[in-house]
Design a protein around this ligand. Structure first.
Ligand code: G3H
Ligand code: 13P
Ligand code: ZN
Length: 333
């Protein structure tokens, strides 16, 4: 048993309370490799922003859970080296799907876990979430749960709306599970294709897709039921068009990729939404930078010469999110 406190990590409790009161949101960035982690820590240290490092099942399979945890431990020291005296870094399990995987993360030094029972029947989601909460809270590890199903590109608009979190369920769910935060479904979804073209309108000037707005009425109804309760938004990448264009003009093929417009995330960050998950945008930044080097310097074969620019591009992206979208800069001096 390793306590995250010994590793210099923090849970989400205080971060979230301050974020709700301060009208900003904490960035939750996924990481799978060293360059992503370096970029996240550099951006957070330079802006003095609290940060959540997220590890998905895919990341655990790709990079190994043990290695990722030691990397997060190293990240705390790296942050201090960069001059961030009191780093506020949370190590979080993203989309945990069983009690066992959540327990293994709690036992191994994670400071926060998500149990995603959103695809289960309501009562089963409650039972599983409660089991994880009871275990995690013994060690002061915070737990994120999910209610409502995030839309997928295969759904039609009707189906997506029927998957929104039901405000009438949230009090019962939060009370019976004891979860510390709640991920909700209000129209965001994972990946770089969040909406089908037929769900969007086209900007007459640029011809680019303009997605439908998020269901802020559902968010408002949830906040009314659970005043001051920490809300989480998954699937919050904006899919920056400049990265898509660089990728597509350098041999890539991402037709009609579309994300959540930043102004909508800015609005959400000012509400009880206090954790905003971003992964795909970092993948796009990385890929755009690598494709550019490959196109411009076909003779290059030293990975540092293309992973280095990719890391710089991700750092720029993370700082932009922190300062211009979430408003979490300067909140962890
Ligand atoms: O929740 C989705 C995250 O973007 C993680 O994705 O499972 O491919 O690592 P992944
Ligand atoms: P994006 O795919 O929009 O970056 O969402 C990431 C996420 O929600 C991770 O849990
Ligand atoms: Zn997610």
């Amino acid at each position: 048993m390793v306590s995250y406190k010994e590793l210099g990590l923090v849970n989400t409790r205080e971060m979230f309370a301050k974020a709700i009161n301060g009208g900003y949101a904490i960035p939750a960035f996924n990481f799978n490799n060293m360059e992503q982690l370096q970029a996240i820590i550099k951006a957070s240290a330079e802006t003095k922003s609290p940060v959540i490092l997220q590890v998905s099942k895919g990341a655990r399979n790709y990079a190994n859970q043990t290695l990722l945890r030691y990397m997060a431990q190293g990240a705390v020291e790296y942050a201090k080296e960069l001059g961030w005296e009191h780093p506020q870094i949370c190590l979080h399990l993203d989309h945990g799907d069983t009690f066992e995987v959540c327990k293994s993360c709690v036992d191994f030094g994670f400071s926060s876990v998500m149990i995603d029972g959103s695809s289960l029947p309501y009562e089963e989601n409650i039972a599983l979430t409660k089991q994880v909460v009871e275990y995690a809270h013994q060690f002061d590890v915070t737990v994120e749960a999910e209610l409502g199903v995030l839309a997928g590109v295969e759904d039609d608009v009707q189906a997506e709306e029927s998957h929104y979190t039901k405000p009438e369920e949230v009090i019962d769910f939060a009370t019976r599970t004891g979860c510390d935060s709640l991920a909700i479904s209000i129209g965001t979804s994972h990946g770089a294709y969040k909406f089908k073209p037929e769900q969007c309108t086209r900007d007459p000037q640029t011809g680019k897709l303009v997605p439908p707005p998020l269901a802020f009425d559902v968010l408002d109804a949830i906040m009314e039921k659970l005043p001051g309760f920490p809300i989480v938004l998954h699937g919050s990448s904006s899919v920056p068009q400049e990265y898509v264009d660089i990728i597509n003009s350098n041999g890539g093929n991402l037709p009609d990729a579309v994300g959540i417009p930043e102004e909508q995330l800015r609005k959400a960050a000012k509400s009880a939404v206090c954790k905003i998950n971003i992964d795909s945008d970092s993948r796009l930044a990385f890929t755009a930078a690598v494709r550019k080097v490959f196109a411009e310097k076909p003779g290059e074969f030293d990975p540092r010469k293309y992973c280095g620019p990719a890391r710089d591009e991700m750092t720029k992206l993370y700082k932009h999110k922190i300062i211009e979208v979430l408003g979490s800069d300067g909140k962890a001096e």
